[in-house]
Design a protein around this ligand. Structure first.
Ligand code: TRP
Length: 458
């Protein structure tokens, strides 16, 4: 471990890498629909409040811990709280990385496959026929070798980027891919809005409908603000650990939040203007991306070009998130075990791909894996991470700063690289308490619902 620790090459490089982690499939297939269904602009307003209170404080919290210790999560907690159980919070993060990347890699493979279908004109016969598109998609993901083939390619690209290191891999590619994502989304949004009735998509997402905003909608906004910023597993600790003391962390965190939200909204405009212009169903999740859109794009002039651009940008969004997950695992073996980056990345890229193969096969591809809580292994991994591991991780990061490390120490580090700021010690303390309570509440609601069937919020 005598090597000098790598550092980001530039301020903007770090911001683009961190927002690349945040901007992922969640921004594109979850946020737009969530906003449209739960009150439009009314929901977006609540979401912004959640993200500015809960999201912002934990992003800053993770950046500060990473920069202070110059270590990835396990080492970071060990350094700040030696010989205590806090290092397990770091292990929880590394564990979450395994869990998330195993199914994220599978979806990454689907996206590659759809980029390929679009390039080769394969959407043409799905035109205006979501049923046929649904059959194609279901048959594909339930297959054995097809999805695995594409998943392996996606994971190999991920491994390849991470092997090239922080500056030569993550930063370099984030600086290329993030601007491209924005440009492609702007092009697609203009295409959508200039279609007849394209503006209806805007109304779906942005018209304030306070009557549609329910308690469960508020809860959704909270949970999503957390997931979309990749919080709770030490991704931002790891990325923060490659920073020097000159970077203004508040300013960087605000940029990440802004870019994440802006891109989610832009994706909503691009997708729903097109979907509404052609009278298709404003669905969400995989159904929106892999079923509705393939039946919508071929109806446009130059459809295979629009489809290809869309799936390619989605691929880039998924890749910049996936590499940040793999980096958490690699950094652990490099920092704590003294392994080379090459060895750690190759070995664990491989292990995670194998776990992912089981996720993929659990969707029907040949082996019958017993269901977990009535879900496929794939859905279970998603559920376990987004409902438990990430929120628990995030809550304990806030508790760690409040109760173990101390807000004074935290403020010392935060102030480095910052002239002055509105973030006083008191305000930070209040923000972390709110974050802890709110995230604790979300976990409680889920546990009560699953274990005892008690539904606090309909
Ligand atoms: N933020 C990513 C998205 O919106 C998903 C995600 C959640 C994630 N947790 C993460 C990505 C941790 C990287 C690391 O799709």
């Amino acid at each position: 471990m005598s090597n000098q620790r790598e550092q980001w090459g530039s301020k903007i490089g770090f911001i683009l890498a961190a927002s690349g982690s945040a901007v992922g499939i969640g921004n594109i297939w979850k946020f737009p629909h969530m906003a449209g269904q739960n009150g439009g602009a009314a929901f977006t307003l609540v979401y912004l409040v959640c993200i500015l209170i809960v999201g912002l404080s934990i992003v800053i919290g993770e950046f500060v811990i990473g920069r202070r210790t110059q270590l990835s999560p396990v080492g970071a907690f060990e350094k700040l709280a030696p010989k205590t159980g806090w290092k397990w919070l770091g292990f929880l993060g590394v564990g979450s990385a395994f869990v998330i990347l195993s199914f994220y890699g599978v979806v990454g493979g689907w996206i590659l496959k759809y980029t390929y279908i679009s390039i080769t004109g394969g959407f043409a016969n799905l035109s205006n026929n979501p049923e046929a598109a649904g059959n194609v998609f279901n048959a594909f993901i339930a297959g054995t070798w097809g999805p695995i083939f594409w998943q392996v390619i996606f994971m190999a690209i991920c491994v390849w980027v991470i092997i090239h290191g922080v500056r030569g891999g993550i930063e370099k590619w984030s600086k290329i891919m993030m601007p491209l994502i924005v440009i492609l989304l702007v092009v697609l949004a203009i295409r959508g809005l200039t279609l007849p009735n394209g503006m209806e998509g805007l109304a779906f997402m942005f018209k304030p409908k306070f009557e549609d905003l329910t308690a469960s909608g508020v809860l959704l906004a909270l949970g999503h603000s957390f997931f979309t910023l990749s919080l709770g597993m030490g991704t931002m600790i790891t990325y923060g650990s490659y920073l020097n003391r000159k970077q203004n962390l508040l300013n960087s965190a605000l940029w990440v939040i802004f870019l994440d939200t802006f891109i989610a909204m832009l994706a909503g405009v691009a997708i729903f203007s097109t979907v509404f212009a052609l009278g298709a169903d404003p669905a969400e999740g995989p159904g929106l991306i892999f079923v509705i859109l393939p039946s919508v794009f071929p109806q446009l002039a130059g459809g295979s070009i629009w489809g290809t651009l869309f799936f390619f940008l989605l691929f880039m969004a998924a890749l910049t998130s996936a590499i940040s997950i793999l980096e958490v695992v690699t950094a652990y073996f490099v920092d704590q075990k003294g392994w080379s980056r090459l060895k750690a990345t190759l070995l664990f890229g491989f292990v995670i791909t194998i776990v992912g193969v089981f996720c993929s096969l659990s969707l029907g591809g040949g082996i019958n894996i017993t269901s977990f809580l009535g879900m496929s292994f794939f859905d279970f991994m998603d559920y376990l991470s987004s409902k438990y591991m990430l929120p628990i991780g995030g809550m304990f990061i806030a508790i760690f700063i409040l109760k173990k490390w101390g807000v004074n120490q935290f403020m010392d580090e935060l102030k480095q690289g910052m002239d002055k700021s509105f973030l006083s010690k008191q305000l930070i303390t209040v923000l972390f308490w709110i974050a802890t309570t709110v995230v604790g509440f979300i976990i409680l609601i889920e546990v009560l619902d699953v274990l005892f069937g008690i539904n606090l919020i309909q």
